[in-house]
Write a protein that binds this ligand. Structure first.
Ligand SMILES: [Zn+2]
Length: 289
């Protein structure tokens, strides 16, 4: 793959720094881009039980915000909404849809959650989009990415496939971390001071599926406009549930309890700053023009 020009605006990329992989920046649209590769041999080192405690409540609260906006924007549709989630992971979004009388099929390359999907009667197809995508006559009412879009190498080909699979008035929903967010900026500052671990973690360079791109609001819209999608709304989502920060921090196997306690306290002290800062996650709603 070519890493010399920006996948959003086509202008040249400049190397910013090297962690496990190189990170480049577009001087024109400020996209951050990496030359990371998907590694099938890698095992994720997240402790799944503490991750679940820390993450589930937060995820569900964010999903409730997305569902509400989806229903607002599709209020004119009388029949049941039918959607597709690309990279459905554990299936929490699919469960949220079912609880809200929305039909949604998931596509997932990994089989680690297959047992959970089956046990809970979730509709999941295994493999990569668009190869295994179940065709829907008339197209989907919505296609959603929850923390997945930033992992995809060829975003331009992807968006063209999405155009084909969406209904004429279908919505593209992208829930994604932002390069302008408080924690990303903090990690960048730490990197400048010689501490690389947080920035490596933000890019997920130690996981088998690292981030390929880090967007801000403007270049996210620019990418979709290039493919004739108009932005209907952008909402801020929460990164932290202040009641379960410690579980989140402990979910990383590399961290000890003393350090986790210290970080938890530091984050609680900083709460007023964090909740008023630029959000670390946003969700975008686009429609075909
Ligand atoms: Zn660019």
């Amino acid at each position: 793959m070519d890493h010399s020009s920006c996948p959003v605006c086509g202008k040249p990329l400049t190397q910013l720094y090297k962690l496990r992989f190189n990170v480049y920046r577009c001087n024109s649209c400020a996209l951050l881009h990496s030359d990371a590769e998907f590694e099938h041999s890698f095992e994720s080192d997240l402790e799944s039980t503490s991750r679940d405690i820390g993450l589930k409540q937060l995820r569900l609260a964010n999903f409730a915000i997305i569902i509400k906006e989806l229903q607002n924007l599709k209020a004119s549709k009388n029949t049941r909404l039918e959607g597709l989630e690309i990279g459905c992971g554990n299936g929490w979004w699919l469960e949220t849809c079912r609880a809200n009388d929305i039909e949604c099929t998931g596509i997932e390359p990994e089989h680690i959650y297959e047992h959970y999907h089956k046990e809970n009667g979730l509709n999941v197809v295994y493999g990569f989009y668009p190869e295994v995508s179940p065709a829907k006559k008339g197209g989907y009412d919505f296609i959603i990415f929850n923390d997945v879009f930033e992992h995809i190498p060829d975003i331009n080909t992807l968006v063209e496939s999405l155009r084909k699979d969406l209904a004429e008035d279908g919505l593209l929903v992208i829930n994604i971390p932002m390069s302008t967010g408080f924690f990303y900026r903090l990690a960048t500052l730490q990197h400048k001071l010689g501490q690389n671990s947080n920035l490596t973690r933000m890019w997920q360079f130690n996981f088998h599926s690292p981030h390929m791109n880090y967007f801000n609001e403007q270049n996210m819209k620019l990418l979709l406009e290039k493919h004739q999608f108009g932005c209907l709304s952008v909402l801020r989502l929460n990164t932290l549930d202040f009641n379960s920060i410690k579980e989140r921090i402990l979910a990383d196997k590399g961290i000890n309890k003393v350090k986790a306690t210290f970080m938890t306290t530091a984050i609680k002290v900083l709460k007023p700053v964090i909740v008023n800062a630029e959000p670390d996650i946003k969700v975008f709603f686009f429609r075909k023009k």
